[in-house]
Structure formats: C-alpha cells, structure tokens
Design a protein around this ligand. Structure first.
Ligand code: RTP
Ligand code: MG
Length: 141
C-alpha cells in the first residue's frame, strides 16, 4: 500500500460532544498521523464550496446549515492507504448502518449529524486538503 494523505473533518455535533480526542485516538491507533490541523467556524460560502458536488442534492441546504452550526476540527491525516483506512474508521454515512466500533456508530446521531467527514478518493483528498491548508501548513512526519 502507498503512503497517502486524506482530509478529515470532525463535524459540529462531535465537537459539541467533546470527543475530538477520542476520534484523534482512533486515527493514531490505526496508524494515521495528523499532519495538519485547525479548529474553524466555516462560513456559508466555505461550506457550500466544500460540498459543491452535492449542490443539486435535496439534502444540500440542510448539510450546509449543519456544517456551519458550530466550529469544526479540520485535519489532514497521513498513512498507508489513508483514504480507505479513514473511511473504514468512520463507518457508513448513516450511523444506523455503520458497523459497530466505527466513529459514526459510536458518536453520530443521524445521517445529517454524522460526526465526521472523510475524503472519498485520493484525487478528492488532494483537492480537499488544498481547500483548507496551504502546503506550508502540512507537515511531513
Ligand atoms: P462526508 O462527505 O461528509 O464524509 O459523508 P459521506 O461521504 O459518507 O456521504 P456523502 O454522500 O458525501 O454525503 C455528504 C453528507 O451529506 C449528508 N447526506 N444526507 N439525507 C440524505 O440522504 C443524505 N445523504 C447524505 C450526510 O451528512 C453526508 O455525510
Ligand atoms: Mg462524501
């Protein structure tokens, strides 16, 4: 497997639940290193731009409202097969369908408030990391 980077967001619901550390611990135990991080209140424009691929979906407005409802924790993760590994740690989009022991099964309340975001491909990971972090703020480790 190749060394990859992926973009992760701890969403407003999980930040409000005070489980940032619990989620970071899962990344670290799985061999993913935090190589960039910041807490941030997304503007409407930033949230709309980030989820632009979903613009025509019926859930787009609710998704944007939720993502700007409070601060988020944004991080780039690095490790072997990081994109898929992070998606496995996250579990299914709908927490009711997420496997036991995944972040969404343990911390998410609904398909809308589902605790975390993770890039879904290596190509999108590069785009999403650059959306939040200038190259000088990502640290090779
Ligand atoms: P994310 O992008 O946040 O990591 O989530 P994902 O890949 O698992 O799911 P995606 O299809 O990209 O959808 C983005 C977010 O939109 C909300 N959603 N709601 N009501 C619905 O049918 C529905 N489908 C998606 C979720 O909050 C999802 O995380
Ligand atoms: Mg997605």
């Amino acid at each position: 497997m190749a060394l990859e980077r992926t973009l992760s967001i701890i969403k407003p619901d999980a930040v409000a639940k005070n489980v940032i550390g619990e989620i970071y611990s899962r990344f670290e135990k799985a061999g993913l290193k935090v190589v960039a991080a910041k807490m941030k209140q997304l503007s409407r424009q930033e949230a709309e731009g980030f989820y632009a691929v979903h613009r025509e979906r019926p859930f787009f407005n609710a998704l944007v409202e939720f993502m700007i409802s409070g601060p988020v924790m944004v991080q780039a993760l690095e490790g072997e097969g990081a994109v898929l590994k992070n998606r496995e740690l996250m579990g299914a989009t709908n927490p009711k369908e997420a496997e036991a022991g995944t972040i969404r099964a343990d911390f998410a309340d609904s398909i809308d408030a589902n605790a975390v975001h993770g890039s879904d491909s290596l190509e999108n990971a590069a785009i999403e990391i650059a959306y939040f972090f200038p190259a000088t703020d990502v640290f090779a480790r």
